[in-house]
Design a binder for this molecule. Structure first.
Ligand code: OOG
Ligand code: NI
Length: 461
């Protein structure tokens, strides 16, 4: 029996290979990565408590390998095959993101590992968007786009063969895994020659910049990679010194003592030389698509916390430019005890060393009482997903449009899942299960039947 390697091993090989390729293709990304590493080191040095908390939660080791990437696909077949390709690396589709309501003609999911153990090993995520051709108003242009997409193959024969092998055998050997990664990477490579004439490129570009980016190339070049930073404001501030121009604003919630969800910023897409079909490489044009991004991740919010976040963000955006983001978020509690007690965020409960003895003396099964007595401690569950409004902001700043686009459609999750060939997982269920598992394991360790959590009190007005 050939020995199969762990999915996390293939994922780590893939994420490292992708990073190396993107650094060589987009040197500015390499500089952003260096800056991020430097800021992370400085932040950890200055904040031993943060270092300790990250170590305890098993997040310190994953920090340097942690990143996500993004691709934009053209057809249902491409999306379905991408699902099978990333399944080899233990990544599953989580969440449905409608970008059309923000004026971007795609909808998306995030492929990512889902088990806590897998996330700890390597949380590599791939934000994957699918073009919605029905949102191309001009019929001739739409037909042209579909013809282009229908006549390309973005996966190598070697990658396809190894996907099938994985599906038949339930795993890959080390040697197969290495070949798989080499072949899989090819799909994400940049191509300097487009498949269309200059006139066709310009027509597609004028329909929507993103449509040209998706349809004109031989493959869906990875359009950014994103390392995780512990201090996004520091990286944003330092970018100009490193000759990197950041987008104007950081997407997501404001800076807080207890970071929530996800904050992101990017540098503007490079303008790269492309050659058109039927022209020699000398007579070239240019295309802007590829950029670098950074993100800071905080605690995952419950449905109640998320509803509050969405409401606060919407009122901030409605207030127009110049309004204070911090002020808009003043009603969201900014300490973990309040967030947890109000049922706004997810936590992992961990029994303390003497917890079992103390719990016996206490005679309570109430999680809050056990926390207060020091029988338990809890760690924030990191948000592993994305935010549609932030994603739209990142898309837009890299499409060369300053304004947030007006919505022109609504989501169509059913169509997306039909294309994917699978349902997308509900991220809230994953966080809920992780919290519940930690409560169950804690109950066992403390020798109590089951831990109970009081119904959250409503937020004080
Ligand atoms: C994807 C943009 C979304 C994020 O981090 O929210 C994204 C894209 O530009 O293709 O990656
Ligand atoms: Ni991104």
């Amino acid at each position: 029996m050939p020995r199969h390697v762990a999915a996390s091993r293939i994922r780590s090989l893939f994420s490292a290979a992708m990073s190396a390729m993107y650094r060589s293709e987009v040197p500015k990304y390499g500089r952003l990565l260096e800056l991020t590493t430097e800021v992370n080191l400085r932040t950890l040095e200055a904040d031993p408590a943060l270092r300790q908390a990250l170590r305890q939660a098993g997040e310190l080791d994953r920090l340097d390998v942690e990143r996500h990437g993004a691709v934009r696909l053209g057809t249902p077949e491409e999306l379905a095959t991408m699902r099978r390709l990333v399944a080899v690396m233990g990544m599953r589709p989580v969440g449905y993101y409608d970008l059309s309501s923000a004026g971007v003609p795609v909808h998306s999911t995030a492929f990512r590992p889902v088990d806590e153990d897998e996330l700890r090993q390597n949380p590599f995520r791939l934000f994957t968007s699918l073009l919605r051709p029905e949102l191309i108003a001009d019929e001739a242009l739409r037909r042209g786009a579909l013809e282009l997409l229908g006549s390309r193959q973005i996966f190598t024969p070697g990658a396809l063969a190894l996907i099938e092998r994985y599906e038949a055998e339930g795993g890959l050997t080390e040697e197969e895994a290495e070949t798989f990664v080499r072949e899989a990477i090819e799909t994400f490579r940049w191509h300097g020659r487009v498949r269309v004439s200059r006139a066709q490129y310009e027509a597609l570009l004028s329909a929507h910049r993103l449509i040209a980016d998706i349809t004109c190339f031989p493959g869906p070049h990875i359009n950014h990679l994103t390392p995780r930073t512990l201090d996004i404001d520091a990286v944003q501030r330092a970018m100009p010194e490193w000759e990197i121009t950041p987008k104007e604003v950081i997407e997501g919630p404001p800076r807080r003592n207890c970071p929530v969800l996800l904050r992101q910023t990017s540098f503007k897409a490079l303008t790269e030389t492309i050659a058109f079909a039927g022209e020699d490489a000398g007579a070239s044009g240019s295309h802007a698509a590829r950029f670098g991004e950074i993100e800071q991740r905080g605690v995952a919010l419950t449905p109640a916390g998320r509803a509050l976040y969405d409401q606060l963000l919407a009122s901030h955006l409605a207030a127009g430019p110049g309004a204070s983001l911090e002020a808009a978020f003043a009603t969201l509690p900014d300490d973990h005890d309040s967030l947890r007690r109000a049922g706004l965020a997810w936590y992992r409960y961990v029994p303390t060393e003497n917890g079992a003895v103390q719990a016996k003396a206490l005679g309570s099964t109430d999680a809050e009482a056990l926390l207060a007595a020091g029988c338990l401690r809890c760690e924030p569950l990191t948000y592993e997903d994305f935010l549609p409004v932030s994603a739209a902001g990142i898309f837009q700043s890299n499409l060369g449009e300053g304004e947030r686009g007006a919505g022109f459609a609504t989501g169509n999750r059913g169509a997306f899942e039909a294309a994917l060939g699978a349902e997308v997982m509900d991220e809230m269920r994953l966080y809920e299960a992780a919290q519940q598992e930690s409560l169950d394991a804690s109950a066992k360790a403390l020798g109590v039947a089951a831990l109970t959590r009081a119904k959250p009190s409503n937020l004080a007005a």
